[in-house]
Design a protein around this ligand. Structure first.
Ligand SMILES: C[S@@+](CC[C@H](N)C(=O)[O-])C[C@H]1O[C@@H](n2cnc3c(N)ncnc32)[C@H](O)[C@@H]1O
Length: 695
């Protein structure tokens, strides 16, 4: 916290530049408007300066004027302390960026402003709530706010995912609450101005997005590394892993040692021996997946834009050149755009494209329109296709708006829905889905589900589904096991890649479970029980306790234990395989203490979603010294794995007690070829005091 923030009594600005040498404000508009604009800006600047100087120039007050003068100074001081007029809200910030990253980014923008427009801006602080896509940035003085907002809104400032970042003022009282969006402090004219300019922006974006899209654009979005040969893709990812995961874990962990000795005045917080000379976690070579093919693909209903008879011939393409047809595919140009066919993407299997073709044909004659997220109107929303080339099964899940009541003009939908539903089922169930591999038998659509959803985004995995055709589950074979998968349950999207990933986990557990009968595996975020059951069938552990938030996934896991001959848990007699539904952060402590009662050795494998582990799960695992090894499977190695690894490896504190861990192995696996994503299996071993500081 800055000195100013920590001492509200202080009235002298710590940023003398901000008050004494008023800014040269040369906003982009002022530049564009030439001399006149510059002059206006200069006048405004002078006005600003004279306002500021008023305080300093206040004549020595007479007795009566003394109170007024005092009040004015107090008011000025208050204004100085009223941070709200210096606060800017930035929207569309990347959800997983933390405050430190944002500080760096803001400094970069400020540098750009200086270079491009010769505008001096300084910022005081920036604060971001985790997983919010907006943040509040406080500038050093009020006069910097408008130029900064202009810069952000009028130049190409985007977040990591390429979405435009927008800026606006925070509200008058500075009531910037975490988790609440702020209202702007503007006059009614301004509100109109701003909302019409916002409308304009949305219109422009929509116009830009609703157009025919080339195959290369589709690939650029879905498999952004497709232009590189595969070995170069792997190189690129490996460099990213070293810089943003392996090096960051060491830096982050070391910074925790520094913070502890500084903040808690603990002068004995010496960096552990294994870290002292280390700059980077040692990573093994990237393990490549034998196949690029995804077994789960999600598409959106919408309109596909095609060139009309004249369209696409000249450089200047206008909207009149397009025609549009209802379709299903990827939203390559964002939520406001049309949808594009997935056939050109190398990771989408041909059998899934065949289902897309069937649904596409069906839509051409369907009286029910695709859903339009801009107006929250329309019927067909998303199509999910799960396939297994090994069992020749295919599961189709169609999400739609309610047929009556609910979304948009739903009243007309009810009369068509039942008929349309049956028509689509009839088209799908007879289909033979041929893969690119001629020798492979074609797949069949073995189950169809409909899912009604009224909300604005997407249904949660446990949102109810309506089973309309075939089997209730999809079956997939992995290694020696077979797994039943419910429509809402998680399953790794690259089947061949998952086998490699699980084999790595098995090997890491085998290293510490000399006697499998005496080892219990805690499978945290176990999904359908895949990792735990693979470990049992591979003979590295005999007992598994799995925890997952999803009830359907846990039901699948229990069934999968039976299917794979691992026995089922009996609540009276107990048993060797036990799956529990619940939030890991709420039940982990009791799960661990129950597991401890058997007196067996405990090993944990954690495989959380992109959000990483909840702090309470890290605490529970750290606090239980019986857990000597944790194998962490991460799909977000440059984000949440870094955070969680630092929490496991940092010295004990009141909040995170129990001896620290150290990283003993880390293997990146390319589960998503063509994309920038990588999965990492990282192994942590508990450090004894002797290991921590010993020779
Ligand atoms: C990446 S998946 C891993 C699943 C499984 N290990 C596998 O390989 O198939 C993450 C799992 O975490 C579960 N999950 C998400 N939040 C959770 C929470 N708070 N507590 C327990 N499980 C959670 C999800 O339901 C999902 O099954």
């Amino acid at each position: 916290m800055s000195e100013r923030a920590s001492n509200p009594e202080m009235t002298i600005s710590l940023n003398p530049n901000a008050r004494e040498s008023p800014l040269k404000i040369e906003s982009t508009e002022a530049k564009a408007a030439g001399e006149e604009g510059t002059e206006n800006a200069a006048t405004a600047e002078q006005k600003n300066a004279s306002e500021t100087n008023k305080i300093a120039d206040t004549p020595k007050p007479t007795h009566c004027a003394q109170d007024d003068g005092k009040r004015e100074i107090e008011a000025a001081a208050l204004r100085e302390w009223d941070f709200s007029n210096r606060k800017v809200i930035l929207q569309n910030i990347f959800k997983y960026d933390d405050t430190r990253t944002l500080k760096k980014t803001s400094l970069k923008w400020i540098k750009q402003m200086k270079v491009l427009f010769n505008v001096d801006v300084e910022f005081d602080r920036i604060k971001k709530a985790p997983k919010e896509s907006w943040t509040v940035l406080t500038l050093a003085s009020e006069s910097m706010v408008q130029p900064f907002i202009d810069f952000i809104n009028n130049t190409d400032v985007t977040n990591k995912k390429g979405a435009k970042i927008y800026a606006k003022r925070a509200d008058a009282e500075g009531q910037v609450r975490e988790g609440a969006r702020c209202k702007r402090e503007v006059g009614s004219d301004n509100v109109e101005d701003q909302s019409s300019s916002k409308r304009q922006r949305v219109e422009d974006k929509t116009k830009e997005a609703r157009r025919p899209v080339s195959d290369d654009e589709i690939r650029d979005k879905v498999v952004p590394l497709w232009r590189l040969p595969y070995d170069k893709q792997v190189d690129t990812k490996m460099k990213e892993m070293i810089k943003k995961c392996a090096m960051k874990i060491v830096a982050e962990t070391k910074s925790r040692f520094r913070d502890l000795s500084r903040n808690e005045n603990r002068n004995n917080v010496q960096v552990y021996k294994w870290l002292t000379k280390q700059r980077c976690i040692e990573l093994s070579d990237m393990i490549t997946a034998p196949s690029k093919i995804r077994n789960k693909n999600e598409f959106t209903f919408g309109y596909r834009y095609l060139f009309g008879t004249n369209g696409g011939c000249s450089d200047e393409i206008s909207e009149a050149d397009f025609t549009k047809v209802p379709s299903v595919g990827f939203m390559v140009t964002g939520w406001a755009g049309g949808v594009s066919r997935p056939h050109c993407c190398e990771n989408i299997p041909r059998e899934a494209c065949m289902v897309v073709d069937i649904v596409d044909d069906f839509l051409q004659t369907s009286p029910l329109p695709p859903y339009d997220s801009k107006f929250h109107k329309g019927f067909w929303r998303t199509l999910t296709i799960r396939t297994s080339r090994r069992t020749k099964e295919c599961m189709v899940i169609i999400v739609h708006s309610p047929a009556s009541g609910g979304v948009g003009d739903a009243d007309g939908y009810a009369e068509h829905f039942e008929k349309e539903k049956e028509r689509l089922v009839a088209l799908l169930k007879g289909a033979e889905l041929q893969t690119e591999v001629a020798e492979l038998q074609p797949l069949k659509v073995t189950s169809i589900f409909y899912q009604e959803f009224e909300g604005l985004s997407n249904p949660k995995p446990d949102h109810p589904v309506q089973h309309v055709y075939g089997k209730q589950f999809l079956h997939e074979r992995l290694g020696k096991c077979i797994f039943q998968i419910s429509p809402g349950a998680f399953f790794q999207v690259n089947t061949e890649g998952a086998e490699i990933l699980y084999q790595l986990v098995v090997d890491q557990i085998r290293e510490v479970s000399q006697n499998p009968k005496d080892t219990t595996l805690l499978d945290v975020c176990c999904g359908t029980g895949t990792i735990g059951l693979t470990c049992v069938t591979e003979g590295v552990v005999a007992e598994v306790v799995g925890v997952d938030i999803s009830e359907p996934a846990i039901n699948d896991a229990r069934k999968n234990a039976e299917l794979n001959g691992c026995g089922q848990y009996d609540k009276d007699t107990g048993g060797l395989i036990h799956f529990v539904a619940g939030r890991a952060e709420q039940i982990m402590t009791s799960v661990i203490s129950d597991a401890k009662q058997s007196g067996k050795k405990l090993v944990a494998v954690v495989d959380p979603a992109r959000d990483g582990l909840h702090a309470d799960v890290v605490r529970a695992l750290r606090a239980n010294e019986r857990i000597k090894r944790i194998v962490y499977v991460s799909c977000n190695p440059t984000g949440t794995l870094v955070r969680d690894a630092a929490l496991f490896c940092a010295p004990p504190t009141k909040r995170y007690n129990g001896s620290a861990f150290r990283v003993v192995a880390a293997s990146p696996v390319d589960m998503f070829p063509g994309t920038a994503h990588t999965e990492v299996v990282m192994t942590f071993d508990r450090l004894s005091d002797k290991d921590a500081y010993g020779q």
